[in-house]
Design a protein around this ligand. Structure first.
Ligand code: NAP
Length: 252
């Protein structure tokens, strides 16, 4: 159906667990050469072994960490065709008590990390001739809102601002830049928000379940395909229909 990504070089930031692990596993399963990064070596080693990926410890919130990522991709993959800028954190804070540190921390990983990772990988993506940047944003911020998540929503909306301008800037180098917007996906990070959060969200999803990390991986696989080569600067919502209901009655 779609042209295979077999043999493509794919970097997934935050690939040790959650959505990043799902993205990395889907690409590895499709025959791509995959490099995952994160901060925790033990988690990276476990996942890399399980899915057959290369790994590098790199903190995407710093330019140095992103340079280490690009250097590892050069050394172990020989380049980059696809960068999945997925690493992100989500800690809940009400505005009344949110500290400056809370704000700096989440912008450093989610926004700076997306931009710095793309910047560091740019020469390799340009050399590919079919470079792809696929950003993991969220429905929270770009489309929906939730008390306690104003800072997180701001970072996820900021990523889309980046995607649209970067798509124009990098188009002449044959690089497309798009974003996937997951709804509520069953991950380790989401599990930490508790059973009540998962139950409330499940009740708000027309398809009646949380998403799987592989379902986000398949959306990324599509955006990485040759057939998606004319799509750039766009967003793909993968949420089981969560953003659709006009009122809670619409779900009855
Ligand atoms: P997760 O399970 O907590 O995994 C986060 C991943 O990012 C881990 O591999 C983590 O590894 C890595 N990471 C965190 N900070 C990093 C840093 N500074 N440098 C490098 N790697 C870093 O989270 P998730 O739910 O999969 O979320 C992944 C992305 O999906 C995020 O961008 C999030 O906003 C987005 N998202 C998630 C959902 C959901 O329902 N889960 C919904 C919408 C959007 P280390 O801890 O080892 O660094």
């Amino acid at each position: 159906m779609f042209t295979s990504v077999a043999g493509c070089s794919v970097v997934v930031t935050g690939g040790s667990k959650g959505i990043g692990r799902g993205i990395a596993a889907v690409f590895a399963g499709a025959g791509a050469d995959v490099l995952i990064c994160g901060r925790d070596e033990a988690g990276l080693a476990r996942t890399a072994g399980e899915i057959g990926a290369q790994r590098v410890v790199a903190d995407v919130s710093t330019a140095q960490g992103c340079q280490q990522l690009a250097a590892a991709a050069t050394e172990r993959l020989g380049g980059i065709d696809v960068l999945c800028a997925n690493a992100g954190i989500f800690t809940s804070h009400l505005l009344a008590t949110m500290s400056e540190h809370d704000l700096d921390e989440i912008f450093a990983v989610n926004v700076k990390g997306t931009i710095l990772a793309t910047q560091a990988c740019l020469p390799l993506l340009a050399a590919s001739g079919r470079g792809r940047v696929i950003v993991t944003s969220s429905i929270t911020g770009p489309i929906t809102g939730l008390a306690g998540w104003s800072h997180y929503g701001a970072t996820k909306a900021a990523q889309l601002g980046f995607v649209r301008s970067a798509a124009i800037e990098l188009a002449r180098q044959g690089i497309t830049v798009n974003a996937v917007l997951p709804g509520n996906i069953r991950t380790e990070g989401l599990a930490e928000l508790g059973d009540d959060y998962a139950a409330t969200m499940t009740a708000a999803i027309p398809l009646g379940r949380l998403g799987t990390v592989e379902e986000i991986g398949h959306a990324c696989l599509f955006l990485a395909s040759v057939e998606a080569g004319f799509i750039t600067g766009q967003t793909l919502v993968v949420d089981g229909g969560q953003v659709l209901p006009e009122s809670s009655d619409a779900l009855a």
